[in-house]
Design a protein around this ligand. Sequence first.
Ligand code: PEP
Ligand code: MN
Length: 341
Amino acid sequence: MIIIMKPGTSPDQIDQIEDEVRRLGYEPHTIRGAVRTVVACVGDETSHASLEALTSFGTVDRVMPVQRRYKLISRETHPEPTVVQVGTARIGGGDFQLIAGPCSVESREQILETAEQVKAQGATILRGGAFKPRTSPYDFQGLGPAGLVLLREAGDRYGLPVVTEVLRESDVDLVAEHADMLQIGARNSMNYALLERVASAGKPILYKRGLSATIDEWLLGAEYMAKTGNRQIVLCERGIRTYETATRNTLDVSAIAVAKLETSLPVFADPSHAGGRLDILQPLARASLGAGADGLAVEVHRNPPEALSDAAQQMTPAAFSTFIQRLRPFISICGLACKTS
Ligand code: PEP
Ligand code: MN
């Protein structure tokens, strides 16, 4: 951290700040400029008290980090890309990966049929919500444990690893028993106790950005998980809430580029939840790949008008087939190997 003193601070006042810095366990290195003085503080912030409290001194202008606050996931500390292995799918290793499936697991026939179809079109991971975070408590909340069993059965039958959302800490072990990858949904993006509990399960994580999370908050959420020792984290940009109403959320393409630049973690985009519209799914997917995404997560339902959640944004299997065919040239242009059939 560095402490920037206010202009005109006296030597005694600087001494006082240096003493405080030492008291907190850091070594101060003071640079006296013509107008301002800067105190650089050397020490391990993970084992010492925060220096931020020093802003309460009237002589201190700002206390600023010199390093990224996310250390374990940052590219500074890990220049090599992190590869996240989800069953047979290798995410972040240069191969395009495609998560597809319905918003919710609704019945055995629905998930088996959808799994077969998405697999045939080249999906590499099957998705399906068993515990659904719905805006209204009166809407379908998911099949719960029965949904996990059906998702697992579908994944096993068609040779696809499965990802599904965990809503509560008390469900983590159960979901981890059935799924190859655990999803933290946008609404839980800053539920730090859940993040730590999910990461401690040791499975790969699909970590969605919160509806109003800044990029920094999103990456610090990933740092919470990495701190448990589990770095098998895939960041997922799924659109943020802005003033725009033409789309369900605003796909923040820059967040994909920034996350790729700042961290070593693989980054996904979910253009289904970002746009909430089928008619712009293809350009949103292309934009995401152009910004550096390692893969995409999309929603596919065998009969979208009958879907119990997110009916408007789910592709039919036929639309999914067209979607992937049209996308394929862009996948290669963006430098990813496309092994999808
Ligand atoms: C989902 O993937 O089904 C979902 C609820 O996503 P999000 O958390 O991004 O809204
Ligand atoms: Mn959904």
